[in-house]
Design a protein around this ligand. Structure first.
Ligand code: GLN
Length: 542
């Protein structure tokens, strides 16, 4: 048998699950999709998860975090929606650029093809050209890797104008792939009318009717609600929506998002999906380590308070940092309470009052001048009061600037991002960035190797390994010209890029825990594998 034939035979047949949402946005489509992914993974399947975002941006890199939440970065350097973070944290899979699709990216690639002349003579239309491109992107990952399942979450809510092409694409795919190879799961919201004391199913019925009008029959319904749904109510939904009762799953509000997979498993969602897709049902996964995490989380009642100093006043803007702190808290048997402290409100006079009650401080990532002074004052306070402090990306850069100003005595030291005319540009634009003119997708992005200095705190935190891989998203760097000055004065460069001398980590060894990383460790902390730096930071805070 030729090698090629053997390869083709070995290739698994991939199945597709589409997750759509109805009634209103923000009911937890990302968490639902991630939970389905984690259940199938626990069953032993090779799973990947994908997000289709209806917005016209080519990627999430230039979206305002206050409007849209954090920009998550994949290992291969794609700037994506924060839902990819949920996918990784729940399933432990590593996402790449194929896992994120936006309308902007679809149109860009279709228009580029049109300009190249690929469609010569044809009129380019939403159907079939845009929908074909969407279908191609949905299937792309499985054409490169052996996968059992691709779970695709369609962003937006049924009824949105922007998501129509995506819905048309999944309608076609379901038809082309057949019942056992494609499955539609629809998440809706069941509101509780307090005055009537009743849960209302009408919005769910309407949403399903809208989907049916587009030619999509959901095969599984997941009903999000604040209260428990009775069998009667589920039965009514099943009856009105052409879905069997077992496939109407309820997703009640739970104390933690990480309880969602367990709750779905309890209702037999694994069985429902596998049966519909013609796969053996097998034993229910035990989710041993997962349940242990939940158990430990519940038992961890002692609180450790962390201040997150940043300027983006929206919880979702620092999603991965919050989750990483929470993971590390659980594994240290503590409940982490992270309080956002706006860097714009911090000044010399109030810094003590603002920060003294915390066991540790995180100085967050960010861009631009706004809120910088507060970050510098927080760094100085933390350094001079020996508070465990973790600076991430811009946070690390501000630790460096503060040290240069107040310890090295370079009074005008700055990052050239904030002051291009400073005579002490201790943080400077990276050489390869100087010729960049476009802002979208042009930073230093994704995974790079970092060599750790032996006997440093980070070396110990990572478990005495000499090299790690971490994800990046920045345009400026530590100016190596000043390395000696810093090291002589007590701030050590304990991690450098494996190929260049680019400084990735600084720390002050004489302090309890004062570490800044140019990279973003928060992108790679998962429920079952908390990040070693967050673990070590929380330990120090305790
Ligand atoms: N603005 C800084 C840079 O571009 C830091 C970026 C960040 O915090 N992600 O280098």
């Amino acid at each position: 048998m030729s090698n090629r034939r053997f390869r083709i035979m070995k290739h698994r047949k991939c199945k597709y699950i589409f997750v759509t949402g109805g009634v209103l946005s923000g009911v937890g489509k990302g968490i639902t999709a991630a939970s389905i992914g984690s259940i199938l993974k626990a069953k032993g399947y090779k799973v990947t998860m994908q997000k289709c975002d209806p917005y016209l941006n080519v990627d999430a890199g230039l979206l305002n975090p206050v409007e849209h939440g954090e920009c998550y970065v994949t290992a291969d350097g794609m700037e994506t929606d924060l839902d990819l973070g949920h996918y990784e944290r729940f399933t432990g899979i590593k996402t790449t650029r194929e896992n994120s699709v936006t309308t902007g990216r679809i149109y860009l690639s279709v228009i580029e093809k049109e300009r190249r002349g690929d469609f010569l003579g044809k009129t380019i239309q939403v159907v079939p050209h845009i929908t074909d491109e969407i279908k191609h992107r949905i299937k792309l990952k499985a054409s490169k890797e052996d996968l059992d399942f691709v779970i695709t979450e369609i962003g937006g809510t049924i009824g949105d104008i922007e998501s129509q092409p995506f819905l048309e694409a999944i309608r076609q795919l379901r038809w082309e792939l057949g019942q056992e190879n494609a499955l539609n799961i629809h998440l809706t919201y069941v509101p509780f009318l307090a005055a009537a004391g009743e849960l209302k199913t009408k919005p769910t019925q309407t949403s399903v009717k809208q989907l049916q009008g587009l030619g999509i029959q959901p095969e599984v319904l997941i009903l999000r609600s604040e209260h428990e749904l009775s069998d009667d109510l589920r039965s009514k939904v099943a009856h009105f929506c052409n879905v069997d009762l077992k496939s109407v799953i309820q997703s009640q509000d739970l104390p933690s998002i990480y309880e969602v997979p367990v709750n779905m498993l309890k209702q037999g969602l694994d069985e429902v999906i596998l049966k519909k897709m013609g796969l053996p049902i097998g034993k229910q996964p035990e989710l041993g380590a997962w349940r242990e995490f939940l158990d430990r989380r519940k038992k961890a009642t002692k609180v450790v308070k962390i201040a997150l100093v940043g300027k983006y006043g929206l919880q979702d803007a620092y999603k991965s940092i919050l989750e990483s702190l929470a993971h590390a808290g659980t594994y240290n048997d503590r409940k982490v309470e992270t309080v956002f402290v706006s860097s714009e409100d911090i000044n010399k006079e109030n810094v003590e009052v603002k920060l003294e009650g915390f066991s540790g401080i995180v100085i967050g990532p960010g861009f631009g001048q706004r809120g910088i002074n507060g970050k510098l004052i927080a760094a100085e306070y933390a350094r001079t009061h020996n508070k465990p402090t973790f600076g991430i990306c811009l946070g690390m850069q501000m630790m460096v600037v503060e040290f240069a100003r107040n310890v090295l005595g370079f009074k005008d030291a700055d990052s050239s991002e904030m002051n291009p005319d400073t005579s002490h540009n201790v943080i400077d634009m990276m050489e390869e960035q100087k010729k960049v003119t476009n802002l979208g997708g042009t930073m230093r992005l994704g995974l790079y190797g970092c060599k750790l200095k032996e006997n440093s705190k980070v070396f110990e935190a990572y478990g005495n390994i000499s090299e790690v891989q971490e994800r990046h998203r920045h345009r400026y760097e530590f100016n190596s010209k000043y390395k000696k000055d810093f090291e002589n004065a007590g701030m050590q460069c304990t991690g450098v890029n494996s190929e260049s001398e680019l400084v990735e980590i600084v720390e002050i060894p004489s302090l309890k825990w004062y570490i800044g990383t140019q990279f973003h460790p928060e992108y790679s902390s998962t429920v079952l594998k908390p990040h070693p730096l967050f673990m070590s930071f929380i330990k120090a805070c305790i």
